[in-house]
Design a protein around this ligand. Structure first.
Ligand code: PMP
Length: 394
């Protein structure tokens, strides 16, 4: 339609959202969505908390609130970030309607059309949707088993500078990366911070999986804690509580945080008071940590079931990553090259995220992302078996 803005042509549907309906079909095994398992959440207890909040504080919770978010949520975000070694204060934290919205705000604030940003290759499909909408040119830096290589980032930044290109930030998912499941060791994080700070380029640290280590160890040191002036941290309660509440946060230097708040106010005015208060009450309660322990135990068992099924069913040439936490593994197979992998998978009763969706240019890929977080072990085995049949038929 001619009335659309030019940027509308860059809007791209997330392949995960596009197969949402198919994935709901009970005859299909969905290894596509990175869904937390909510079966371990005591719904009654959460419901009681929500009811109590409204009963006791309706006048505040059901009224308009502050664009700065609630004090409780800011304080909670500060406490969670301290686990990764960050000394951020409440004044530097902005509650958001999820980290997806946080990324949109940050991109809106920093990027003009045609600006270059660096991201892992492959990266989170939802981030590509944001970058496309702001007409940003994404350069992918390859990921190995330890994530993004800082020396490759340095080279890419220097190349861009030599071309006179503006690079407002490097986007990185350091823990249990979406889609590969790999984690950046602390030394690489430190090196990446050094490389970017030296060139005065910001890092956007998108870290929603940090607390989901299978051994429930403390999270690795966050890059934000290493250099809060050069790192903007995106946090989320989606994977550690409930994605349907749509609550996350941004930690950023004061000048950035203030502008992000103004940008957010013009879109949502403020995140839901009820959702913020419920997150604060639940994550602040004695129930949260044991519930998260139970969920992570499930994720570990599911990863073990997926690893076993991949070993059982995949041809010997197929490779996959070994996550130590989070929701995903990345499976590489020559058979996938040049194929419409998603269509073939759906025809075999399984859905997944094709590797090509994790690159801005949709390049051909020899890989897929499999999510194990939201599926019972027997279904995981069946899904992997179906995927193995897809490979055979290709
Ligand atoms: N960033 C990454 C890396 C993610 O995997 C996700 C969720 N799949 C998001 C952001 C969005 O999270 P939220 O629900 O907090 O918007």
């Amino acid at each position: 339609m001619s009335a659309f803005a030019s940027r509308a042509g860059e809007f791209r549907p997330s392949p995960v959202r596009a197969v949402f309906e198919t994935a709901m079909d009970p005859s299909v095994v969905s290894l596509a969505g990175g869904n937390p398992d909510l079966s371990v959440l005591p719904g009654g207890t959460v419901g009681d908390l929500a009811a109590q909040l409204i009963r006791e504080r309706a006048g505040e919770i059901l009224q308009y609130g502050s664009g700065a978010g609630t004090a409780g949520l800011r304080e909670l975000s500060v406490r969670l970030m301290a686990r990764g070694g960050s000394t951020v204060t409440e004044a530097d934290v902005l509650p958001t309607t999820g980290s997806q919205a946080g990324l949109d705000l940050v991109t809106k604030l920093f990027c003009d059309p045609g600006d270059v940003i660096l991201a892992e290759g492959p990266t989170y499909v939802g981030a590509l949707g944001v970058f496309g909408a702001y007409e940003v040119d994404v350069r992918h830096v390859p990921v190995d088993e330890h994530g993004m290589d800082p020396s490759a980032v340095a080279d890419a930044l220097d190349d861009a500078a030599a071309q006179g290109e503006r690079v407002p930030f490097v986007y990185v998912i350091p823990s249990f990366q979406n889609p590969t499941g790999v984690t950046m060791p602390v030394e690489r994080r430190r090196e990446l911070v050094r490389v970017c700070a030296e060139r005065d380029v910001m890092i956007i640290e998108d870290d929603p999986y940090a607390l989901l280590s299978f051994d429930r160890a403390q999270p690795l040191a966050s890059m934000h804690g290493m250099d809060p002036e050069h790192v903007i941290h995106l946090g989320s309660f989606s994977k550690i509580f409930a994605p349907g509440l749509r609550i996350g946060w941004i930690a950023a230097p004061p000048e950035v945080r203030g502008r992000l708040q103004i940008a957010a106010e013009s879109v949502v005015i403020h995140p839901s008071n009820l959702a913020q208060s419920l997150v604060t009450a639940w994550v602040g309660s004695e129930h949260w940590e044991p519930t998260l322990d139970n969920a992570v135990t499930l994720y570990r068992e599911r990863w073990e079931a997926m690893d076993a099924a991949l070993t059982e069913f995949m041809p010997s040439s197929v490779r996959w990553t070994t996550p130590t936490g989070g929701f995903f593994t990345w499976v590489t197979a020559d058979e996938l090259v040049g194929k419409d992998v998603l269509a073939e998978a759906i025809a075999h009763g399984v859905v997944l995220v094709p590797g090509s969706a994790c690159y801005m240019d949709g390049r051909d890929s020899d890989a897929v992302r499999l999510a194990f977080s939201g599926v019972a072990p027997a279904r995981i085995r069946e899904g992997v078996k179906r995927f193995a049949q897809v490979l055979r038929d290709l």
